[in-house]
Design a protein around this ligand. Structure first.
Ligand SMILES: Cc1cc2nc3c(=O)[nH]c(=O)nc-3n(C[C@H](O)[C@H](O)[C@H](O)COP(=O)(O)O)c2cc1C
Length: 342
């Protein structure tokens, strides 16, 4: 089983990034360089995930990970999502998109993806948006997989530790993309990644993989110094050659017109950090706090914006270190971050 305490050649994890950025080529490049690349199973079918796992194995014999979304509760407040749907209607008409009906529940094919991870004995499996049931952790262990629970505060880390996971991924407020927060209605812990790692050091007896805002060698060094076993980088890989990031998203990372990131529920109903664009400016105040209903509602709008190359209709997920994202082969990005710490 991959040793999440001492098994890293380079203690840098390539974050799972659902929605396109995490390609098999990106994952293989990070793992081949000595880090730990992660496939993102979120939003995909089981068969698509199988193809991606096979593709990574065809590219590298190095260990890699697979990340799964844990399903939440059925929709509680349909009226709030319907009201948001109405508000999005003019944008949908402008983009010639038909907004889908609001669904009560979607489990992102969780059980099928767990079965697949067990069948394929994926070396490392991580979870976000919730904790996996204990029997899932046990089945993955029996298959030889190491298990990581992604959490965003110390209470959540305690809950994860009780499940027998092998490490926690501890995600601070600086992180790009969705916050892992177990309770989607709660406001996430406002502490920085560094502050959370320091708080976890004396409280949690598990390896801590720190995620959020880590985009330079100095950040990596400071986070390891604070007590992390490894760091998880997402935004720093968004413009890597092998990433599947949309061109408009890549360009926005370096565009002087995009000057700040903010945490919003506007695109998905869950808190997530991205570059401020027109969609966030128009809808942040109105978004219903309902995941995945809002995610499903906006997916056609986002796809249309992506096809049109319009950064103002896309979720430009990015952490606070976005200006340090480099356009280079992923292996070079990982090796450079590590060599800058020495
Ligand atoms: C575009 C994007 C997509 C993401 N998708 C996922 C995902 O599918 N699963 C997950 O656990 N985390 C996801 N994250 C969060 C990352 O795992 C990680 O916590 C975050 O990128 C760290 O912050 P940083 O972006 O500042 O490096 C995503 C982040 C980004 C930027």
């Amino acid at each position: 089983m991959f040793d999440l305490e001492d098994g890293f050649r380079i203690p840098i994890v390539g974050a799972p990034m659902a929605g396109g950025p995490s390609t098999p080529e990106l994952v293989a490049a990070v793992s081949s360089a000595g880090g730990l690349g992660f496939l993102a199973a979120g939003y995909k079918t089981v068969e698509a995930v199988r193809r991606e796992v096979d593709a990574v194995r065809a590219l590298t014999s190095a260990p890699f990970g697979l990340n799964l979304f844990v399903p939440g509760r059925p929709l509680a407040d349909r009226a709030a999502v319907e009201a948001y749907r109405e508000r999005l209607q003019p944008v949908a008409e402008r983009r010639h998109v038909t907004l889908p009906d609001v669904v009560d529940f979607d489990d992102d094919a969780f059980d099928g993806k767990v079965d697949l991870a067990v069948e394929l004995a994926v070396p490392v499996v991580s979870f976000t948006f919730g904790l996996p049931p204990r029997d899932v952790v046990d089945r993955l262990h029996d298959a030889g997989s190491a298990v990581i629970a992604t959490v965003s505060d110390i209470d959540e880390a305690f809950s994860a530790a009780q499940l027998g996971v092998d490490a926690i991924c501890l995600q601070g407020v600086d992180a790009g993309g969705h916050r892992a927060t177990l309770d989607p209605d709660a406001e996430p812990d406002p502490r920085s990644t560094r502050e959370l790692v320091e708080a976890a050091r004396s409280a949690i007896d598990l390896p801590v993989i720190a995620a959020g805002g880590i985009a330079t060698g100095a950040h990596v060094a400071a986070t390891l110094e604070a007590g992390a076993t490894a760091v998880q980088i997402g935004t720093a890989l968004l413009d890597a050659d092998e990433a599947g990031t949309k061109p408009a998203h890549r360009a926005a990372l370096h565009d002087a017109r995009f000057t700040e990131t903010v945490v919003t529920r506007a695109f998905s109903g869950r808190p997530a950090r991205g570059l401020v664009n027109d969609f966030i400016a128009d809808f942040d105040d109105h978004a219903a706090p309902a995941y995945p209903q809002v995610h499903l509602l906006t997916s056609g709008l986002r796809a249309a914006a992506g096809a049109a190359g319009d950064p103002h209709g896309l979720a430009l997920w990015a952490g606070i270190g976005y200006r340090s994202a480099r356009s280079a082969p992923a292996g070079e990005i990982v090796r450079n971050l590590w060599s800058e710490t020495r």
